[in-house]
Design a protein around this ligand. Structure first.
Ligand code: AOF
Ligand code: ZN
Length: 397
């Protein structure tokens, strides 16, 4: 539209130019129409998928929902006017759509997969999902194994024309299980779409190379940032040789973390539950020596379901780099730092943090320990309100 007005105004006698603009305008309208209807389709598809993500159906990492699900995910009829440009756009969106499904599946492995990454896989043939799975538990089948196992015998013949989407590069090494790249080659799929390269030293691009050498068409980097965010603990651990660090504190409305040095109940029932959920999802939790002596915090999971994180007390004379090395050696991929002020501030000063969670309650006190100072390079990730408490999550810029 913009092109049409500007160009026509400038050179209204140039017939050829106007014709080109009309064509461009036509493409623009067609694409807008298709894009809008596709958005609607995707929204409906997503809505269809949600109620089907029941834990019982996902127990073995294989969606037990293929019948109804396949029927519902079939593409809607597209309008007849389809130029190649639009097809390219549509293909891009398709890859992202199926990768999004991989991420959704992978997230089911939050408690069982670690220290392995959460990974999801989807097999698509003729515009239909014929198999999907995720990595359920460390030591057991990878996402690709579970996805292939879910393909119905009558759909096996479709594999030769199929595309497999995986949120993490298929592995190339013998770990607790054999290489997924070999399995994919053996199954004979035509195309592999990978969310992101595996940062694990034994893989790091070797899985992709193996597939390419076998003549498979490989696309890498679809929803790459989202795939890396999902496995932020795994990525930080392998890239930086330290755990993903979450600094966490609760403060009064006027910025104190205790009342004249005495512990203070700031969290309400809901935010306490969220804190315990966080504990269940991370590998370790740390407090400073002073906080341990003063408050004897249990640091366990009591208001949520899941394993307790490893409890660590930081002694005064322990340098943080040494602590990081130790945690790396013990395969601790994520760490919550719960306090007190000095400990939190020392992590901030050393730049050793990936996420900061600040809970602010409604109460005020007249004096106490001041809350740590947020670093300058924070970016607000989310802000949620739970009754009288506000939970802000920050990541670094
Ligand atoms: C994949 N698909 O679903 C996962 C992968 O000891 P193993 O055999 O379980 O291998 C663990 C490593 O495999 C892990 O560190 C990561 O590099 C990769 N995880 N790879 O192809 C999967 N979970
Ligand atoms: Zn694998």
């Amino acid at each position: 539209m913009f092109l049409l007005i500007v160009s026509a105004g400038k050179d209204s006698v140039n017939q050829a130019n106007i014709q080109i603009n009309f064509i461009l305008f036509g493409i623009f309208l067609t694409y807008s129409y298709l894009f809008a209807s596709r958005e609607g389709t995707l929204a409906r598809k997503n809505k269809d998928l949600e109620p089907l993500l029941q834990p019982e159906g996902m127990e073995c990492g294989v969606a037990m929902i293929r019948g109804g699900y396949n029927a519902r995910i079939k593409k809607e009829k597209k309008p007849l006017v389809l130029c190649s440009l639009i097809r390219t756009f549509a293909a891009m969106t398709n890859d992202e759509f199926y990768m999004q499904r991989c991420i959704q599946l992978a997230a089911n492995g939050i408690q069982g997969a670690r220290p392995n990454p959460m990974v999801g896989a989807v097999i698509v043939a003729n515009g239909r999902i014929i198999g999907e799975g995720y990595h359920v538990r460390c030591g057991e089948g990878h996402a690709e194994v579970n996805a292939f196992a879910s393909v119905r015998p009558e759909d096996e013949a479709l594999l030769k024309d199929a595309t497999i989407y995986v949120s993490l590069e298929p592995c190339s090494h013998y770990g607790k299980t054999p290489p997924c790249a070999d399995l994919i080659i053996k199954k004979g799929v035509r195309r592999v779409v990978v969310g992101t390269i595996d940062p694990f030293a034994e893989v790091q691009g070797r899985g992709i190379r193996k597939l390419q050498e076998a003549g498979i068409d490989v696309t890498v980097g679809v929803l790459e940032k989202e795939c890396q965010w999902l496995n932020r603990r795994f990525f930080t651990y392998h890239r930086e040789h330290r755990p993903y660090i979450i600094l966490k504190w609760a403060q009064t409305a006027n910025g104190f973390i205790d009342d004249h040095g005495k512990a203070l109940q700031i969290s309400n029932e809901q935010t306490q539950m969220l804190s315990h959920q966080l504990r269940a999802e991370e590998d370790a939790i740390l407090v400073g020596h002073t906080t341990d002596v003063r408050e004897h915090p249990q640091l366990t999971v009591r208001h949520w379901h899941g394993p307790n994180p490893k409890r660590i007390v930081l002694t005064h004379n322990r340098p943080l780099p040494q602590l990081m090395d130790d945690l790396y050696q013990h395969v601790i991929q994520s760490l919550i730092v719960e306090g007190g002020r000095q400990t939190l501030q020392s992590f901030i000063a050393a730049g050793l943090w990936d996420e900061i969670r600040v809970e602010t309650g409604a109460i005020t006190v007249t004096d106490g320990t001041r809350a740590p100072q947020l670093p300058a390079n924070v970016s607000l990730l989310s802000r949620e309100t739970y009754d009288d408490n506000t939970l802000c999550r920050y990541i670094s810029l």
